[in-house]
Design a protein around this ligand. Structure first.
Ligand code: AMP
Length: 633
């Protein structure tokens, strides 16, 4: 065995040697006693006994060598601003913000909820939280009040940090009214303090005396205050990030500290090829896992500059990203296939207006990367385009090509091979046997999960085991809930989810959550939401709803109005990203004799496919109604 194969095999066969070496990439205040504590499978602790701190490793550690180097470059095409922070300035902002939080009583283990647009203060807040050994939970700024409230209820934060508003395509989204509503919905779990960064984009926010504090005023008040680093155990939670699943309640993916730092630092060399002093540009949002790992932590852990961008890829013009690449000499870029498909619709000359010679590679993740998109952008940029397959749960890629270990051959349409540390298998879901090349199976990981992956579901250890490790009755294996297939060279292709989770423009949405929001409309008796193929976004949600008053079905005007109302309801509860592309009204849904909605058949009809196995169907009327509804409109 040579090259990547040998490297990979060592990570599986001799994880102690492998990860001891990788752990040298970060600073340990106290060295670990044991590389892996695995006495209660599937729970594990990497680098047990070690003390470290994520913020120290991302910021303080670089002060001596790169104090004057840009650490964070903030660019907003929404407010037309650009601010660069050196490592020294970042250190000041972060340790001051941590002091502000400390003054509000935040300490080790407390949760801090961050509901922010893409501004530098959001990154300061994340780093300040982990500096204190507190635990952040960033909620994507596009989520509406009900989604925010669910997360507040579960995490019970001591403090919430927000801003007056965000902007998207020039449109202001005021955050404070959403926060106020979420806080009242969350009841007893609501934090006692809210810090608001007033950037002056939304109408003057209403501040509740005694609860709401203005960040600008606090910053003045604490101008010379700095909080020290709190050294925490390697397994200490650094953050909770909620992700959708098959139930209406999102799961709080809990991440550790030491394992995460080591995994990210190693990935920068072996997967991304980013080097200290260079600029990394991830176009994601801090509300998603890619934002956590590859806007904030990984680039900073490695002494790079990270570009934090607020804005659209096509505004002020479709050349904006490439202009940024030229200006900041970006070497590694990370985005999502949907964004590239958006750019592909624009005039390609935008890609050739700028000097992109600094760029070495483009990584795309979050959803399937189709061949036309990959070939087009690879050809235009003339750099390798690499597909990364991973999940919120894994924290970093699980399947890709590790060109930093040795050059690998790209196979378009495939993210590639298992990443070191991940003992990936393709299993038959009934027998648990490994499937041969060319046969479909569930993508599974034989535990222990490597460093960087989730430790548990926040506050629900049982749910962690029951959700992720129940694929087989007699053996603990982690299920990714994705189907895959492998070729004879071991290259994987992803075939879609095994559950009711859908992927819209790279964002994971649970159909159950959308169904609950739709059912919240007083006219709706019952609803099924399915993901339907979409050329731009990969998938979009479509809702099939049964009305309480069936006579509405005969009234096209009322139907059209209701469709709008239902979509508005989803937007106000969950946020516009969850909006159904269509709401079809029917008298009945297709169900099995035991009353289970046949979502797969509805999805097939909505995509113009055969509805599949109907042996369990109770009454064909529901299916015919779905078919007619789709065909009519
Ligand atoms: P999230 O946790 O939101 O990042 O969503 C993870 C899910 O997105 C995975 O379980 C897959 O279904 C899908 N996914 C992520 N990356 C890829 C990829 N490169 N190719 C295909 N599907 C992907």
């Amino acid at each position: 065995m040579t090259g990547y194969q040998a490297f990979y095999q060592q990570s599986i066969d001799d994880p102690d040697t492998f990860w001891t070496r990788e752990a040298e990439r970060i600073h340990w205040h106290k060295p670990f006693d044991k590389v892996l504590e695995y006495d209660k499978p599937p729970f594990r602790e990497w680098f047990a006994g070690g003390l470290t701190n994520l913020c120290y490793n991302a910021v303080d550690r670089h002060l001596e060598e790169r104090g004057d180097q840009a650490a964070l470059v903030y660019v907003s095409t929404e407010t037309d601003s650009e601010i660069s922070y050196t490592y020294r300035q970042l250190h000041e902002e972060v340790s001051r913000f941590a002091a502000i939080m400390q003054a509000q009583g935040v300490g080790k283990g407390d949760r801090v909820l961050i509901y922010m647009p893409m501004i530098a203060e959001a990154v300061f807040a994340m780093l300040a939280t982990v500096r204190l050994g507190a635990i952040h939970s960033v909620v994507f700024g596009g989520f509406a009040s009900a989604s925010l409230a669910t997360r507040i209820e579960d995490a019970a934060p001591k403090l919430l940090i927000t801003a007056d508003g965000g902007l998207r395509g020039g449109k202001v989204i005021a955050y404070k009214p959403l926060v106020d509503e979420a806080l009242s919905l969350a009841g007893a779990a609501a934090p006692k303090k809210v810090i608001l960064v007033n950037r002056g984009v939304a109408e003057a926010p209403m501040m509740k005396p005694g609860r709401d504090l203005d960040y600008g005023a606090l910053r003045e008040q604490h101008l010379n205050d700095r909080a020290d680093v709190e050294w925490v155990e390697s397994g200490h939670p650094s953050y909770i990030l909620y992700t959708s699943g098959t139930t209406g309640k999102p799961k709080g993916v809990q991440r550790d500290t030491g394992g995460y730092a080591v995994a990210l630092a190693s990935s920068m060399e072996y997967i991304y090829g980013g080097r200290p002093g260079e600029t990394f540009f991830s176009t994601s949002d801090i509300g998603w896992v890619v934002g956590h790992s590859y806007i904030v932590y990984a680039p900073l852990l490695c002494g790079m500059s990270t570009l934090v961008y607020e804005g659209l890829p096509v505004r002020p013009d479709p050349g904006i990203w490439w202009q940024l690449v030229e200006k900041h000499r970006v070497t590694v870029m990370f985005s999502a296939p949907t964004a590239i498909r958006v750019l592909k619709k624009q005039d390609p000359s935008w890609l050739h207006k700028y000097d992109l010679s600094s760029l070495r590679a483009l990584f795309l993740a979050g959803e399937p990367l189709d061949e036309p998109t990959a070939s087009w952008i690879g050809g235009e940029l003339n750099v390798p385009v690499l597909d990364n397959y991973w999940q919120t749960e894994t924290g970093w890629p699980m399947l890709t090509l590790c060109n930093g270990v040795g050059p690998q051959t790209v196979k378009i349409g495939s993210p590639g091979l298992p990443v070191y540390g991940f003992n990936v298998k393709l299993l038959n879901e009934s027998t648990g046997e490994e499937v041969p090349a060319g046969e479909k199976g569930v993508i599974a990981v034989i535990p222990p999960l490597p460093p960087g992956c989730m430790s548990t579901v926040w506050g629900q250890d049982e749910r962690f085991v029951n959700t992720y490790f129940s694929l087989l009755p007699d053996r603990l294996v982690y299920s990714s809930f994705d189907w895959g297939v492998r070729d004879e060279n071991g290259y994987f292709t992803i075939l879609g989810r095994t559950d009711d989770v859908i992927n819209v423009a790279g964002h994971r949405l649970g159909t159950r959550e959308i169904e609950e929001a739709v059912s919240g409309h007083s006219a709706i008796a019952e609803v099924a939401v399915v993901g339907v193929n979409d050329t731009l976004k990969g998938q979009v949600p479509q809702a099939f709803a049964v009305l309480k008053d069936p006579s509405v079905l005969q009234d096209p005007e009322r139907r059209a109005a209701l469709e709008k109302e239902v979509i508005a309801k989803v937007a106000s509860q969950l946020g516009a990203i969850a909006n159904p592309a269509r709401v079809y009204f029917v008298n009945q849904l297709p169900k099995t004799r035991s009353g289970k909605v046949l979502r797969r058949s509805i999805q097939a009809l909505a995509e113009g496919r055969d509805p599949g196995d109907l042996t369990t169907l109770d009454d064909p009327t529901g299916l015919e109604q779905v078919r007619d509804a789709v065909l009519q409109k």
